[in-house]
Design a protein around this ligand. Structure first.
Ligand code: PEP
Length: 252
């Protein structure tokens, strides 16, 4: 009953010409798919080109970040309104690279979630534990805090717009995927937590993505799990062939 969603996070890769070529390949292969939501997240400089290339197709575009103020003296930042204005429908928020490299806190991430929702964009809120946190038994506490803090001030009627991406930090870009059982354990916990925050019906409708070294070879197994509704894909989203295979995972 939840429509699967596969999102590609292009991170800080691609020139304008490369982004246009990749977007065109994806549009040609996937642009008319209706049983799945497909999202690509290019760098800010590429957004306009990608939005123009995938226009009138099933592919939506996401910003990789935003600043939680509508406009003003915030040099180097991009607002949710600006993402909306340039044709984005989603924004990735709280990616572990931003948490770790840019020192983003749960409270700051929460402001961005609220800003995106206020601008009519769907946040893809990333949460995930480090290996140390997992091995020391803190995993669920950390994830709960990321989720509860990240969703503060979100109203129950808005919560269905939020997509949660569980991305164990130790699995991102490392080639180590969480096993489908490890991922499912966390996804079930996330859904349970969403239920406590926003009610059972909302939690059942919310989409929870897995991210961390997703590839054509492991997507089918991940997607058999009842609480895995799709994937946030980094490295494998940079090659059209791989991303097309991932989006074309075997349907049950
Ligand atoms: C990511 O950065 O969101 C990610 C999941 O990367 P990768 O697929 O390369 O592990």
């Amino acid at each position: 009953m939840r429509k699967p969603l596969i999102a590609g996070n292009w991170k800080m890769h691609k020139t304008l010409a490369e982004a246009a070529a990749l977007a065109k390949e994806l549009k040609d292969s996937l642009g008319t798919m209706t049983d799945i939501d497909i999202v690509v997240a290019p760098s800010f400089t590429l957004l306009n080109t990608v939005v123009t290339t995938v226009r009138d197709s099933a592919i939506a575009v996401a910003g990789q970040n935003c600043y939680p103020r509508p406009s003003g003296a915030f040099t180097g930042e991009i607002s949710a309104e600006q993402l909306k204005d340039c044709g984005c429908a989603y924004g990735i928020i709280g990616h572990s690279e931003r948490r770790q490299l840019c020192g983003e806190s749960n409270a700051f991430i929460n402001q961005k979630v609220v800003a995106l929702l206020s601008s009519g964009l769907r946040p893809i809120l990333c949460i995930g534990e480090t290996l140390e946190e997992r091995e020391s038994g803190q995993m669920l506490t950390i994830l709960k805090e990321q989720l509860v803090s990240g969703l503060r001030q979100v109203l129950p009627q808005q919560a269905g717009e939020v997509v949660v991406a569980y991305e164990p930090v130790w699995a991102i870009g490392t080639g180590k995927t969480a096993s489908s059982a490890q991922a499912e354990e966390v996804h079930a916990f996330v859904r349970d937590t969403l239920g406590k925050l926003f009610g059972h019906d909302c939690a059942q409708k919310s989409r929870i993505l897995y991210g961390g070294s997703v590839k054509p070879a492991n997507i089918d197994e991940l997607m058999t799990q009842p609480n895995i509704d799709g994937a946030l894909v980094g490295g494998a989203s940079l090659q059209a062939d791989d991303f097309i295979k991932i989006v074309s995972f075997t349907r049950p």
